[in-house]
Ligand binder design. Structure first.
Ligand code: ZN
Length: 463
């Protein structure tokens, strides 16, 4: 079995149970698993002599790969659309739905490939994606094919919308689907792609879109379907919740519940559920989520971009709610830079006046162990023997880290201007080395993606 040894890292951040931060750190990988972690002066002799490959990480900080728990990859095709630049969520969605209605299977493939590449280069090694409209024959299969090309660990969330405008929902009817067809396709993709094993590269999540775009019945049936595979199958549930005040008003008017209570009475709480945003959960709802171990995907940039508010992450973490990090859809960020998002997470909790509301180390914990917990994984998020061989490294000798990394390399990568990774290894495969993507040509990918973005805009009658 091939063995890779990485040694002489200026700092190796383990995120293990003791949160060890090792100066002059080293670790060994065998195939797709970490087998040894320690100081470079303590590497066992046989590891040193038998390694098939050795990487010297002097001048680098090595850490677990970051986990992205909420995104909509297809939105890389509609970033910075002029008409949606200065809108709150509902207006932003109503502007973009008609453009997204023109998506093709090729668009879904190229945007998935581009978003995952951007995520990979910014430190992500595992990502979920919440894709909830499937026009013109596009399918979750298009995303799994693209994820396979990039090599990032992928949790494909089979999203759905069934409550169109004619029924009092927000999206136009033409981007919604029939509920029986949604459930049939959910069953199909779980059976075809979902891998419950440790080190799985592919998992499926069932993910009706939001309170204002699906019926309570579809929420209940999706939960029943996910749980019908059994606890060992670990098929998780995901949706948007408590993102805006408008959504809260919608829930109260239509269902008679606040969003958190609505989720609870639908059975959408538990350690197999995580909700995106949760900006407007009240303290009682937060307590309920903590009791039931219901997870949250915190998406700071998107919440700022759409003027949704500040998610009470401090309160959630103190109460014991599992919190992961998400960049959210690229049309409301408008970036898929995961390291930059960790920085936003750190800064946004401080905006109200408390410099102790979030530390760099806690923000990094949310982006690694927090994301792993929310996705239901015990094999990623830390560098320790027996964990998946997913790691990243940043070069500390860059302009952005100058004068910072010399004091505290961990803090520097979060406080200073976010850089791209120098090294990325996923499932034991080196995907980025010396800052270069080893597979595929970035300029061609960008050109192809931009062509698709222009064509989509034209088909929607906007160019
Ligand atoms: Zn979202």
């Amino acid at each position: 079995m091939p063995t890779l040894l990485i040694h002489h890292a200026d700092l190796l951040i383990t995120m293990d149970a003791a949160r060890r931060e090792l100066r002059d750190g080293a670790l060994a990988l065998q195939d797709n698993m970490i087998t040894w972690v320690g100081g470079s002066n303590a590497i066992p002799a046989d590891l040193l002599s038998n390694a098939n490959r050795v990487i010297n990480a002097r001048g680098k900080v090595v850490l677990p790969g970051l986990v992205n728990t909420h995104h909509h990859f297809y939105q890389t095709l509609t970033r910075a659309i002029p008409a949606a630049q200065d809108a709150v969520l509902f207006d932003w969605l109503k502007t973009l739905y008609p453009i997204w209605a023109e998506l093709t299977p090729d668009d879904v493939h190229i945007s998935t490939q581009l978003a995952l590449t951007e995520l990979l280069l910014s430190g992500c090694t595992t990502s979920s994606d919440h894709h909830y409209l499937w026009p013109n024959g596009s399918r979750l299969d298009d995303q799994f094919a693209a994820a396979d090309v990039v090599g990032v660990r992928f949790h494909g969330a089979r999203g759905s919308m069934s409550l169109g405008e004619s029924q009092g929902g927000l999206p136009p009817d033409r981007v919604t689907e029939d509920e029986a067809a949604i459930l049939r396709d959910c069953q199909r993709v779980v059976e075809h792609y979902h891998d419950a094993n440790r080190f799985a590269m592919q998992r499926v999540v069932l993910a009706p879109c939001s309170p204002f775009s699906v019926t309570p019945d579809l929420m209940r049936q999706s939960a029943a379907l996910a749980r019908s595979f059994g606890a060992q199958a670990n098929v998780h549930l995901h949706t948007h919740l408590a993102e805006t005040k408008d959504e809260e008003d919608f829930c109260l008017a239509r269902f008679g519940y606040r969003p958190g209570d609505y989720a609870e009475q639908l059975g959408w709480t538990g350690d197999d559920v995580w909700h995106a945003h949760c900006v407007h959960l009240n303290p009682l709802e937060i307590e309920g989520f903590a009791r039931s171990h219901t997870g949250v995907a915190h998406c700071p940039s998107s919440n700022m971009r759409l003027a949704s508010g500040i998610a009470p992450v401090r309160l959630m973490r103190d109460a014991g709610v599992p919190v992961g990090l998400g960049v959210d859809g690229s049309a409301s960020n408008d970036s898929s830079h995961l390291l930059a998002e960790v920085r936003q997470c750190l800064l946004l909790q401080r905006v109200m006046g408390n410099p102790h509301a979030m530390t760099a180390r806690e923000a990094l914990e949310i982006a690694t162990l927090g994301g792993a917990a929310v996705l239901g994984r015990d094999d990623i998020g830390a560098l320790a023997p027996g964990m998946a061989a997913d790691l990243i490294a940043f070069d500390l000798n860059t302009l952005g880290y100058a004068g910072g990394a010399v004091h505290d390399p961990l803090a520097a990568i979060l406080f200073c201007h976010p850089q791209m990774v120098d090294l990325a290894i996923i499932n034991g495969r080196i995907l980025v080395q010396d800052g270069h993507l080893l597979a595929g040509e970035l300029p061609q990918l960008i050109e192809k993606h931009n062509h698709a973005a222009r064509a989509l805009y034209t088909r929607a009658g906007l160019a």
